[in-house]
Design a protein around this ligand. Structure first.
Ligand code: GLA
Length: 740
């Protein structure tokens, strides 16, 4: 790993043994991009990679400098107004109304390690030897606004992380109208664009399209990263599949309004822009003030999409997730939501917990309905204390002690950012909600959004949460966010600062998380937003796991978890077995298959265990034991996608890093008559090792056979008789060569 600067050719080469990223200071003193991709040898001069030249209509920055027009150049951090007509990375509105900006190179700094981003989530290093950082300072000389572009390369990963910081050292007050985290210009457009897009209950489905000239991409404007579009885009070559070919992944470590835009210009240059969505952003930058963008993470793979995902998984699992839960086995939980919703008694809760304990579960999570007068979703959000002692005679403290006395840990649901009109909080502070003056307030699920851009609001919620977390025995918090933001306007802020509210809101959310984590480092946080509407890298910095989707149907979950795995590790995906017929889709799937899907995530249950038959309870007991035995392998192993559940059958597997153990799963979707014989072509095993399947001495094979000839699926392997929605899980273990 190194970052080299050549004074002679004015180029920066950021590289490790896997990737290279090359920037050049151009003759007009702007930054150009020369290359991003597989590692290439370092040398003095790469300026021939610039290309470009004299073309009609193009404008040039210097007299007699007809070589490079910004319109035809691969720019590093493009601006608008001086001849690059593509979409820019930054826009600054000035006091005289001008938006023309010209950022020139000023200086650079290279240092070991990686700095923290103030107030924002970001990947980190544990030792300075893990990464190296380049900071390039640009200046707009007229405005005296500085822009510091930061690039970190990790030694071990084909990853570059980026961010930009703006400092106004001039006397003029300017407005940042766009301040993106990264821009990358690639030299051709022979790519397909993959996005993780969907909706509530079908989050992160994989959408693929061929790049076209013009604009394409994804975004969010709803105040959360959203169920509709995850903050990432993937560009892959047309021939790239899971295991071969080039893929570039761009992921934003941010939980608010985002934009990932691809522009293909008429010369087939591809520009990738990623950052805070400029449509809902306007940030006054007065003299002496700074603005920090979120972090963008860029991954390159020349071994297909699966390798790109494995890079994201390991980076996010080990260098984005923090705290004791990063490396600790995650408890197998039972959550009461789908069993009782808000209508429960303490005795019912204890009944479920007792059965959960008997079946081996480790954590009981009390979901919505414990606070204030909450009997339905019309009331009490914002009142984070117990007032209904008929429901919970000894409060949360008493219940938590009773659960702990059973030998289980206790977890609790909150929705800190929301308020119902019928609540003590709203009655006391009706002006604390986001609301546009003179306009009526839109409702969603009978609730309003608190103005988290105001520190006093965040403080108040912190105090309530702190009190309960301090007094009761709470090991886990599920932090929900069940509506999008509308009428985004903050009372007590002048007109000139309203464009800051969306971003300040999410900074308020981050600050509340940070304070709670600091005060309660042992608590495991799980983020949630009506399922997976805020499943993003920003959240993972605070909450190591997230509720993947409200859709717990095994077949739908296969697709959701498969799509989610393009960027996010299995250790981040909350996955529960729930009741049938499924609440979202009405489908009935065997309990074994529900378990076999949920095992490939952070495993748990979400149903009334007391309504299960004895036979089902036996199966559940075995599932829990399996999860306990293998969760380390599942969460920390290398994940391979094999067959896409968007097609006929689904399958995937995890392999331990030493290739001694693996777990593969095969999911039959619909039965078809006169069914073809199936094989599972395993991946990632050691070709020279011998493996035994499910401890069955009659099923011993070399790794190369399992990967190349495949593992034959026997009908008897499938659960519940092998009909629709059945599945099989295989535990694969290396054995001595002499074995059998
Ligand atoms: C959201 C969550 C659910 C549950 C309910 C409670 O929908 O996704 O898991 O917590 O809220 O109201």
């Amino acid at each position: 790993m190194a970052i080299n600067y050549s004074e002679k050719s004015k180029k920066f080469h950021i590289f490790n043994d896997k990737i290279s990223y090359i920037i050049q200071i151009l003759d007009d003193n702007c930054l150009g991009n020369l290359y991003f991709g597989k590692h290439i040898h370092d040398k003095e001069d790469f300026s021939h990679l610039l290309q470009g030249g004299l073309r009609s209509l193009a404008v040039f920055h210097k007299e007699n400098y007809y070589f490079m027009s910004p319109q035809y150049t691969k720019m590093e951090y493009p601006t608008y107004g001086t001849g690059d007509y593509r979409h820019p990375a930054v826009e600054i509105k000035q006091e005289n109304g001008s938006r023309v900006v010209f950022f020139e190179y000023e200086s650079y700094k290279i240092f070991k390690g990686k700095k923290k981003l103030m107030g924002l989530p970001a990947t980190y290093v544990e030792s300075e030897q893990e990464a190296e950082t380049l900071e390039i300072t640009l200046i707009d000389k007229l405005l005296e606004v500085h822009c510091i572009l930061s690039y970190t390369i990790y030694k071990e990963y084909p990853v570059i992380t980026r961010n930009a910081r703006f400092i106004n050292n001039g006397s003029e007050n300017v407005i940042l109208e766009r301040a993106l985290s990264a821009s990358v210009d690639l030299p051709d457009a022979d790519f397909e664009l993959l996005t993780l897009s969907g909706a509530w209950s079908r989050e992160r489905h994989i959408k693929t399209s061929k790049l076209q000239q013009g604009i394409q991409g994804v975004y969010s404007k709803c105040g959360a990263s959203s169920a509709e579009h995850n903050p990432c885009v993937i560009l892959k070559r047309p021939n790239t599949d899971e295991s071969i070919g080039e893929a570039y992944g761009f992921s934003l470590v941010y939980s608010g309004n985002h934009m990932e835009q691809i522009e293909v210009d008429t010369n087939d240059l591809t520009r990738v822009l990623i950052g805070i969505n400029p449509d809902t952003f306007e940030w006054p930058l007065n003299n002496g003030e700074e603005f920090q963008t979120p972090e963008a993470v860029m991954v390159y793979s020349d071994e297909g999409l699966n390798k790109m995902s494995q890079t994201f998984h390991k980076l996010y699992r080990t260098r984005l997730v923090r705290g004791i839960w990063r490396d600790k086995a995650r408890p197998i939980l039972i959550n009461n939501w789908e069993a009782t919703e808000t209508n429960f008694t303490e005795e019912q809760i204890l009944e479920i917990a007792r059965t959960g304990k008997a079946l081996g579960m480790e954590l009981f999570v009390l979901d919505d309905g414990w606070f204030g007068k909450r009997e339905d979703d019309k009331t009490s959000l914002g009142d984070w204390y117990v007032t209904n002692f008929k429901k919970l005679p000894d409060g949360i403290n008493g219940l938590s002690q009773k659960i702990e006395a059973l030998g289980m840990k206790f977890g609790l649901w909150f929705e800190p950012e929301m308020v119902n009109k019928d609540s003590d909080l709203y009655r006391a502070h009706p002006d604390w909600v986001l609301q546009a003056p003179g306009r009526s307030l839109s409702l969603s699920r009978n609730q309003y959004v608190l103005d988290f851009s105001r520190p006093e609001v965040v403080d108040h919620i912190y105090n309530m949460m702190e009190r309960i977390l301090d007094t009761a025995h709470i090991s886990y918090v599920k932090w929900d966010m069940n509506r999008y933001i509308s009428e985004c306007y903050s009372n007590h802020k002048p007109a000139s600062r309203q464009g800051m509210v969306f971003h300040e809101y999410i900074l308020g959310v981050y600050s509340l998380y940070e304070r709670l984590i600091e005060k309660f480092p042992d608590i495991l946080f799980e983020s949630c937003s009506s399922g997976g509407a805020r499943f993003d890298p920003g959240m993972l910095y605070y909450a190591p796991q997230a509720w993947t989707s409200d859709d717990t149907d095994a077949v739908e979950r296969l697709k959701i978890q498969y799509g989610t795995s393009y960027v996010y590790p299995l250790s981040s995906m909350g996955a529960h077995v729930s009741k049938v017929p499924n609440l979202q889709v009405g489908r009935t799937t065997p309990i074994e298959t529900r378990g076999n899907v949920a095992q490939f995530g952070v495993f748990g249950y979400e149903l009334n265990l007391n309504l299960l038959s004895e036979e089902e309870k036996t199966i559940v007991g075995k599932q829990v034991a399996f999860a306990k035995e293998h969760r380390e392998l599942i969460h920390q192993g290398l994940f391979y996608r094999i067959n896409s559940p968007f097609e006929e059958v689904g399958s995937w597997m995890v392999v331990s890093e030493d290739r001694e153990k693996a777990i593969a799963a095969y999911y039959k979707l619909l039965s078809i008559p006169n069914e073809p014989w199936r094989r599972l072509y395993l991946k990632g095993l050691d070709k020279d090792k011998k493996y035994v399947i499910n401890n069955d001495k009659s099923r011993v094979y070399y790794g190369d056979e399992l990967m190349n000839a495949g593992m034959v699926i026997h009908k008897e392997d499938l659960c519940a008789g092998g009909g629709d929605f059945t599945s099989a899980v295989y535990f694969i273990k290396a054995v001595e060569k002499s074995f059998c």
